[in-house]
Design a binder for this molecule. Sequence first.
Ligand code: FMN
Length: 200
Amino acid sequence: MTEQAEKHVRRAKRVLREKREMRQKPFLYAVVCAAGVAADVSKLITSAQERNWEVGVIATPVAMNGFFDTAAVEAQTGHPIRSAWRTPGEPRPFPAPDAVVVAPATFNTVNKWAAGIADTLALGTLCEAAGLGVPIAVLPCVADALAAHPAYRDSVTRLRGMGVRFGDPYAGETDPDGGRAQFGWERALDLLGPPPVAGP
Ligand SMILES: Cc1cc2nc3c(=O)[nH]c(=O)nc-3n(C[C@H](O)[C@H](O)[C@H](O)COP(=O)(O)O)c2cc1C
């Protein structure tokens, strides 16, 4: 990184810290990707709120297309779901994040994020949060056949190397007896640890 870029990142971190100190509650971004388990994302929001996080959801455009109940999530969080970029004149709808959870994280989003692609608001947010040193926890939901792809293994290794915290692999596949393991929503919050104390 050039000296100039380092200066900008230091400044952005300082501004984030100052804004955080002004708020009543720490703010958690929940990034939701287009996997079937997203239908239960309200469980993550409830657990996060119980741990004193204020939650704002950023969904990928595909996830907005029927993967979860968007009206219920907006009612639960008290914030509109963000999915598209704001226009240049619009104010930022969410405060800066104190932490980010990606749950469920798809094969597609993990690979694009690791490659530095930012063609959705969710990906742009993830790329930037990592650069600002914001804590990020990821719960992948990726079928074993896709998780075996070398690009995916490389992506996870690369993101871990950036300090991103991963929950256990979850394939979402049914057992021979027809059952399916629970998706461990709470694990994402455990990986972040207790929220920072916010407020003046
Ligand atoms: C019903 C349904 C369930 C899906 N479940 C998963 C999943 O569990 N994991 C995954 O990686 N992709 C899953 N996909 C495929 C993704 O939706 C697809 O790759 C999409 O491009 C991901 O976009 P996103 O990463 O921007 O959310 C599913 C697709 C459908 C239609």
